[in-house]
Ligand binder design. Sequence first.
Ligand SMILES: Nc1nc2c(c(=O)[nH]1)N(C=O)[C@@H](CNc1ccc(C(=O)N[C@@H](CCC(=O)O)C(=O)O)cc1)CN2
Ligand SMILES: Nc1nc2c(ncn2[C@@H]2O[C@H](COP(=O)(O)OP(=O)(O)OP(=O)(O)O)[C@@H](O)[C@H]2O)c(=O)[nH]1
Ligand SMILES: [Mg+2]
Length: 464
Amino acid sequence: MVLTTTEFDTIAAISTPPGEGGISIVRISGEDALAVAKKIYRGKNLDKVASNTINYGHIVDPTTHEEVDEVMLSVMRAPHTYTEEDIVEINCHGGLVATNRILQLVLSNGARMAEPGEFTKRAFLNGRIDLSQSEAVMDLIEAKTDRSMKAAISQLDGNLSHLIKHLRKDILDVLAQVEVNIDYPEYDDVETMTSKLLRQKATDVHERIVQLLKTAKQGKILREGLATSIIGRPNVGKSSLLNHLLHEDKAIVTDVPGTTRDVLEEYVNVRGVPLKLVDTAGIRDTQDKVEKIGVDRSRKAIDSADLVLLVLNASEALTNEDQELLKATEDKQRIIVLNKTDLPTKINLQQIKALTKGQKIISTSAIKANGVTQLEELIAKMFFDEGITSSQNDVMVTNARHIGLLNQAKSALEDVIKGLNDGMPVDLVQIDMTRCWDYLGEITGDSYQDELIDQLFSQFCLGK
Ligand SMILES: Nc1nc2c(c(=O)[nH]1)N(C=O)[C@@H](CNc1ccc(C(=O)N[C@@H](CCC(=O)O)C(=O)O)cc1)CN2
Ligand SMILES: Nc1nc2c(ncn2[C@@H]2O[C@H](COP(=O)(O)OP(=O)(O)OP(=O)(O)O)[C@@H](O)[C@H]2O)c(=O)[nH]1
Ligand SMILES: [Mg+2]
């Protein structure tokens, strides 16, 4: 990577959200951070204050001598800072005007406006954190539940990085050994020995990557929410159930079958599990043009669901439509919800049990809010029992870029094993092993391209 001068000039941004607030922070990082601050700050001599101290004073416009704000100013000296550069943070009164005035003063006195994510990008380029840790900073900011926050913190602490670095070291060791064997063959059967070594290591690393990828599904859910579709024929109480899970009357509920005409998506946190709840139009054969489109979408909502809540009306006998829906969702993770249990039961429970082979059945009355707690508990249990806490060292892969690279690394290892099985020369097999090493390196940013870095950090917020 070629470092141009503009890449490490002194940058500044407002690091707090825009709008009125108690305090706002204008952050400056770079060689001239202190020099810039000194031009607009009246208070202690900043050259004399100790690192990591916060200092009382005023911001003064050097051209007009006008006092702009009363502030607290933090000084953090390189290299032990967030960016590994000198950092000054001006804690000012949190009004839009004062904060922007101070930023303008900082910019007209030697700093330039930071790009989104540029502070964190410097932490990366200066080597304080690696790429996966930088991405974790973003995940942390965007986390919507305690669980996803925990996953991000773990990644920020470098747990994923350590794991990847171990894998890469193991690969590098074996590659080095292969070189030695080829260059200084001590024994006659060096070719066999080298193949054996490569096969062992490829199999071992492959298994570790497979384990890591197993955590990816849960990781994705933590980031994006468990896609949970509420499915059933018209009027069984799907929208009523959605409203209960949301603790809010979002969907229209009426006694007219076919009330919900389109899918409705809402996010909700159910006992630590982020759900993307999808209420659908009741599925039935219909001539109504609009309803038909809704019904098609409901069928698609079955396909895209991680979890299906199949709602049946317990106060009526099972219909053909119910049976079709039981069939259409049988390969899905699902919970059967028997609703309207406040009314006399007409549904045949034995029949449903036979059709669902031991899958979970929950009885509810959406009108009386009965059974909703049990439903929530079951969703959380299904999710957490799936091994979310049992992943190796609590490392979880949550990032689509990482998942893609792990899959590529995995398939490179499969090429290694296949090559060995086909009796390919060791130096050709080595190429695939090296590819695997490169893919893993892209996760931590040990091997990367400038465009990737620019693209990744541009998704960050300003001031981070
Ligand atoms: N005011 C303020 N609050 C903040 C940040 C900040 O930059 N400013 N952070 C940032 O966004 C987060 C904290 N993260 C940080 C991570 C590393 C270092 C740091 O200085 N690391 C040094 C030395 C650590 C030490 O003193 O032991 C290092 O790793 O070398 C600072 C903040 C959240 N809160
Ligand atoms: N007695 C009783 N009535 C219920 C229950 N749940 C819902 N209902 C009523 O059943 C009717 C239909 O409820 P909705 O929630 O709109 O049903 P839906 O499945 O969304 O219906 P569509 O959107 O038309 O597919 C409404 O009159 C609800 O008040 C329940 O548990 N018991
Ligand atoms: Mg509805």
